[in-house]
Design a protein around this ligand. Structure first.
Ligand code: ADP
Ligand code: MG
Length: 287
């Protein structure tokens, strides 16, 4: 494409809320065959809400909220909001510790307590009934966090983050253009598959630790794929830089936006379809 065609292409996309950093990025978009999406905040709205509490609701929420008060995780906000709605006040905890990609731990009334994924279930007793209830909730696309106190699981909190209204349509359009779609998430496999099924994603890579997201992109590239990664979070930055094209949500963290070659102002996956169409147009027109 001529420099003018590139300028026209990037200007046209900018008008549609798709900010493309330069002509080179626009060209790379026309080569991609695989689009990998982060789940939370990218495919989903990113505003998780507590839907179910298993166990003594007051006790479970009190402990969960007390631990999550020092956390910045979106799941923490959901739990704190629910506690607030129910008039439950968090209490002060000691030795708070955030375990990246897993949950939070602290001393609650002198006893070790935690809130998080099954990766925190080491040396604790959990009933078969609790396990099946968790699995049932996860199959409903709800993220389950276990609440543990003094070596026992005292309850579960189920948290749902619904897909953005436009996600399904955008994914359908990308598939219609022959692209493979992949979800990459730290969340549980059952939840990831349930959300993927809702929006029509082809392939799921779940239970990935924050530091391993970029490595998963690299693996796809090593298998001959040309990959776009779409994400919004701090822990998405390495994957955004590793991908052939990094696409950041405009609502994302600054570091994600800086790492992306494309920024989607409208925070909606339809922007990926637009970028693709404009890129194809720009590079097919002038041969
Ligand atoms: P994502 O890829 O969806 O951003 P993370 O890597 O941040 O997920 O977290 C993975 C999983 O670890 C979550 O689904 C949750 O089960 C657990 N987790 C992480 N942080 C917290 C927290 N503050 N409270 C409860 N659970 C947490
Ligand atoms: Mg995210």
């Amino acid at each position: 494409a001529t420099p003018t065609a590139l300028m026209v292409g990037t200007a046209r996309s900018a008008k549609m809320g798709v900010l493309i950093k330069n002509g080179e990025v626009l060209q790379e978009v026309s080569d991609i065959d695989t689009v990998v999406f982060d789940k939370t905040g990218t495919i989903t709205v990113g505003k998780p809400v507590v839907t179910d509490i298993i166990g003594d609701a007051k006790k479970v929420l009190t402990i969960a909220a007390s631990l999550e008060e020092s956390s910045e995780h979106p799941l923490a906000s959901a739990i704190l909001q629910k506690a607030k709605d129910k008039g439950i006040l968090p209490v002060k905890v000691d030795k708070f510790e955030a375990v990246e990609g897993k949950g939070v731990r602290a001393k609650y009334n002198g006893q070790i307590a935690f809130v998080g994924s099954n990766r925190l279930l080491v040396d604790v007793n959990i009933s078969q009934e609790m396990v099946s209830r968790a699995e049932k909730l996860q199959n409903e696309a709800k993220t389950v966090v276990y609440v543990g106190l003094d070596g026992e699981i005292i309850g579960l909190v189920a948290i749902q983050d619904v897909p953005k209204p436009s996600s399904k349509n955008a994914i359908t359009e990308l598939k219609a253009r022959g692209l493979m779609t992949v979800m990459l998430t730290g969340d549980n496999k059952r939840v990831a598959h349930a959300v993927a099924d809702e929006v029509g994603i082809d392939k799921v890579i779940a239970e990935v630790m924050p530091n391993d997201k970029a490595q998963q992109i690299k693996k796809l590239q090593d298998n001959g794929k040309t990959v776009a990664f779409v994400g919004d979070g701090i822990n998405d930055a390495p994957a955004l830089s590793t991908a052939d094209v990094g696409i950041a949500m405009g609502s994302g963290t600054d570091i994600a936006i800086d790492s992306g070659g494309i920024v989607l102002v409208q925070n909606d996956l339809q922007g990926v379809v637009r970028a693709l169409d404009i890129s194809k147009k720009t590079f097919n027109r002038i041969k």
